[in-house]
Ligand binder design. Structure first.
Ligand SMILES: O=C[C@H](O)[C@H](O)[C@H](O)COP(=O)(O)O
Length: 289
């Protein structure tokens, strides 16, 4: 997946966004991101970019050497902002991908590629989400990447979510309707589906089918994906249903990430960014002047 273009554009463009200069650094390793003028994007893309840039500016510091790069449509802006920190800042860093998409992003951005089996402790992982609730629980796996994403989230000292305003909800399942993504080994899928329908209370759980291929979606790990919608009562405290799904034989990983993120950044339509923290605090970062 190509990086979004660098988007240095005409200052006179009608709704050009000015991103403030960013200085990241200590006395010995100061990295200055030059004043960047960004051409207009659609409201949603602009919101994703704002969330990603704000999160990178706050959480990717010169002392961070091992960095996890998640998946989804907001993550290219994370990588874009990291690249803007400059070659010097990135020369000794190693970037760990959560799947094919992020591996391509890292390689095409000329960043150093590593893997989590070499680096089981990660300084900071930044990732997208399908939805994030008031307690920072989230649904992930809309792109079938949640197994590797959860490994990188667990490996990270700091795990940060980035998304646009549509993903910021009180309860999971509010806007994201397909349900909880569940990665299963292929030969067990029918049995897992049966258990979801009859035991765990998700009668509409279905095997995710590919769009431009006959047959099911196959994850980067060679497994199938089931999407299991649940009623609100299960989504109010999603840890319980997550644990019950995970206990089903044949389930590899569940796309419910509970009590994992330290903060979630949501770009808003008005150019502000809402930051929700794990301790319940909520901050609004005003749009750049
Ligand atoms: O499997 C995919 C990942 O969990 C993504 O981070 C998630 O689906 C969000 O993706 P997007 O930003 O494209 O909606």
């Amino acid at each position: 997946m190509p990086l979004p273009s660098q988007n240095r554009a005409d200052l006179s463009a009608p709704s050009a966004t000015r991103i403030q200069p960013v200085v990241v650094g200590s006395k010995d390793a100061t990295v200055t991101v030059v004043d960047t003028i960004l051409k207009p994007l659609s409201t949603i893309e602009s919101a994703k970019r704002l969330a990603a840039y704000t999160a990178v500016d706050r959480h990717v510091k010169p002392e961070h050497i091992v960095i996890g790069i998640g998946s989804g449509s907001t993550v290219p802006y994370v990588v874009e902002r990291i690249v803007q920190q400059g070659k010097e800042a990135n020369k000794d860093r190693v970037f760990i991908p959560t799947g094919f998409q992020s591996k391509e992003l890292i390689v095409s951005s000329n960043l150093n590629l590593g893997d989590v089996d070499q680096y089981p402790t990660i300084d900071v992982t930044l990732d997208g989400a399908d939805e994030v609730d008031r307690d920072l629980n989230c649904i992930k796996g809309g792109g079938a990447c949640h197994l590797r994403e959860k490994v990188l989230a667990e490996a990270a000292r700091t795990f940060i979510l980035v998304a646009d305003y549509r993903k910021n909800v009180e309860y999971l399942g509010t806007n994201f309707k397909p349900g909880v993504p569940i990665e299963v080994v292929p030969f067990a899928y029918a049995k897992v589906l049966q258990n979801l329908h009859h035991i765990l209370g998700s009668p509409k759980a279905t095997l995710r089918m590919a769009v431009a291929k006959a047959g099911p979606v196959v994850s980067d790990n060679g497994n199938f994906i089931i999407d299991a919608p649940f009623e609100r009562e299960h989504m109010e405290k999603p840890y319980d249903i997550m644990a019950r799904i995970k206990m089903l034989t044949g389930v590899v990983e569940v796309g419910l990430f509970c009590h994992m993120a330290q903060a979630a950044y949501f770009g808003n339509e008005d150019g502000s960014v809402t930051v929700k923290y794990h301790d319940g605090k909520v901050e609004t970062v005003a749009p750049p002047a």
